[in-house]
Ligand binder design. Structure first.
Ligand SMILES: NC(=O)C1=CN([C@@H]2O[C@H](COP(=O)(O)OP(=O)(O)OC[C@H]3O[C@@H](n4cnc5c(N)ncnc54)[C@H](O)[C@@H]3O)[C@@H](O)[C@H]2O)[C@@H](O)CC1
Ligand SMILES: Nc1ncnc2c1ncn2[C@@H]1O[C@H](COP(=O)(O)OP(=O)(O)O)[C@@H](O)[C@H]1O
Ligand SMILES: [K+]
Length: 498
């Protein structure tokens, strides 16, 4: 499992290593700098390198890199921010080794024009405030294709992935140490980092706490079916649909629930929409519903194991009544789209009915309607690290709602009411840009409700569905529309051995 560390966790690991006396800070710096130089050597032909060295240990790494690049045929220039005398001890030692035989200029005197490679060793995990002055100018002027960031692009908050003050370097390659940090993955992190390489600098033995898990492929045995399985062993998912002409979203969700393995799926819709839905559904069953009382009656069937509401439901009063009815039944429920937005005027009404078997799947806009104060903290300018992050917001939302919250986006954060967190990021080798398409969210809601019907816990179902959803998009590739996601699931299942 890959996990994402906070800066505090990384610092604690480093401190434990140094306290053990098995390794020194200088050793770690030497290994870190050597690892960056090696990654550069694998990707760039020697030429003119400009190293931007900051006032802390990130700058110290920069001097190690200067030393290694010079030994492998590069012409190296180093510009230092601040005074050499003010560098921390290990960084000072690396500076002195370099400065013994080479000039060191000030950051004010360097020019990025003409450099084949710019090594951003200004700030790493110690960044405390926005870049300013010359550092901010260099962040704007450096061409991403020539930039290699040491540990993290300077200006980017390693805890939140947000650019402090809105200014941070963009790199073609970021080389970090020991484990990825949250900031490499969430929010703007991937956009700033370019390619991300995580290198071992010998700290594995000293890691104590795990970071936030990055969701990987589901366990095959959680998804496979027994040879003698009966359809009712895999649960019955119920999807509530809107009126005539509005049923597409619910049908997408229903089909996804069936494809992901729910034994039975029923779409419940107003009588007026029955013909339309009947014309478009085969394996998915249909049941006419007379508003909230009709839903209450339908959900009395004890074989129904999960319910999905929201896609295509509309923003009228009956959506609120349908949602409350579903929640009162205490059947595990996935609430998406209109079932969330309908409560924007007074979210506490919704919170009063939610229970711990519910999953809310808001995108950023829906999240802001239900949790306006948390969304505001996310959109306020990030001025100091650690900045308020999407992880913080999702965690606070799940605690307030008392259920699982899936905050969707290219980086999707899953938070449980018990404080549990997992993250899926559609970036780097999991990028899925074609997933940003109408109806993709409806399919995700259906996948989650299908897995809950099969018996997974809300949190596990959300985590597995988010991974499968992206994997289906990647498997289908360019040209993807929401309809294709469910049809790509069989191929995905085969590749993970289901
Ligand atoms: N944690 C570890 O185990 C290791 C850390 N190493 C390096 O050490 C780095 C962390 O070093 P530090 O803790 O010294 O932190 P940094 O080097 O990131 O920066 C700290 C210095 O910058 C100042 N500062 C912060 N934000 C500023 C801003 N916007 N404008 C001007 N000055 C600002 C701080 O007051 C402090 O003097 C890591 O990112 C990594 O590159 C590596 O050498 C090896 C191992
Ligand atoms: N750039 C992107 N890369 C990967 N996944 C994305 C991207 N943008 C959106 N998604 C995913 O696509 C889905 C979109 O859901 P949503 O915004 O509810 O759309 P809709 O309402 O049209 O169904 C979410 O699962 C989200 O995580
Ligand atoms: K950096």
């Amino acid at each position: 499992m890959t996990d994402l560390l906070s800066t505090a966790q990384m610092r604690a690991t480093e401190a434990r290593a140094i306290d053990s006396k098995q390794v020194s800070g200088a050793d770690l710096m030497e290994r870190a700098g050597a690892a960056v130089a090696a990654a550069i050597g694998e990707r760039f032909e020697p030429g003119r390198a400009l190293i931007l060295a900051g006032p802390g240990n990130n700058g110290g790494d920069g001097f190690v890199i200067a030393h290694h690049l010079a030994q492998t045929g590069w012409t190296v220039e180093v510009g230092l921010l601040g005074a050499a005398e003010a560098l921390p001890r290990d960084a000072r030692a690396m500076h002195d080794r370099w400065a013994d035989a080479n000039p060191v200029t000030t950051l004010d005197n360097v020019r990025v024009e003409g450099a084949d490679l710019v090594v951003d060793a200004l700030f790493g995990t110690g960044l405390a405030r926005p870049l300013d002055g010359r550092a901010a100018d260099l962040a704007r002027d450096t061409v991403p294709a020539t930039c290699v960031a040491v540990d993290i692009p300077s200006g980017l908050c390693a805890d939140s992935g947000r650019a402090l003050g809105g200014v941070a370097f963009h790199a073609a390659l970021t080389v970090t140490f020991h484990r990825p940090k949250r900031g490499h993955y969430i929010s703007a992190g991937p956009d700033h980092c370019g390619e991300l390489v995580v290198t071992d600098i010998g700290l594995e033995h000293f890691a104590e706490q795990d970071g936030i898990p990055l969701i990987g492929a589901p366990v095959q045995s959680d998804l496979s079916k027994g040879a003698s399985a009966h359809k009712y062993h895999s649960g019955h998912a119920f999807v509530v649909a809107g009126g005539p002409g509005k049923g597409g979203a619910a049908r997408l969700a229903a089909r996804a629930a069936l494809r992901i393995g729910a034994g039975l799926v029923t779409v419940g819709c107003p009588l007026r929409a029955l013909t339309e839905n009947a014309a478009r559904l085969d394996a998915v069953m249909l049941r006419p519903l007379d508003g909230a009382p009709g839903l209450a009656e339908a959900l009395e069937d004890e074989r129904i194991s999960s319910v999905c509401l929201g896609p295509g439901l509309g923003l009228r009063h009956d959506t609120q009544m349908l949602a409350i009815t579903a929640l009162r039944s205490e059947i595990p429920a996935v609430l998406d789209a209109d079932a969330l937005s309908r409560f924007s005027r007074d979210p506490s009404v919704l919170f009063g009915f939610l229970h711990d078997k519910c999953v809310l799947t808001p995108h950023g806009g829906e999240f802001a309607r239900l949790f306006p104060d948390l969304a505001e903290r996310l959109s306020d300018p990030a001025e100091a690290g650690p900045a308020y992050s999407r992880v913080d917001a999702a965690q606070a939302a799940a605690e307030r709602a008392g259920c699982t919250v899936v905050l969707k986006g290219p980086d999707t954060i899953i938070a449980g009411p018990d404080g549990r967190i997992a993250v899926h990021v559609a970036a780097y080798d999991r990028a899925a840009p074609w997933l940003a398409t109408a109806g993709a969210g409806d399919v995700l809601a259906g996948m989650i409700v299908g897995l809950i019907a099969r018996g997974m816990s809300p949190f596990e179902a959300a985590a597995a569905a988010v991974w499968l959803h992206v994997q289906a998009a990647r498997t289908f590739g360019p040209g993807l529309i929401a309809e294709d996601l469910s049809d790509a699931l069989p191929a995905v299942f085969r590749t993970i051995g289901v």
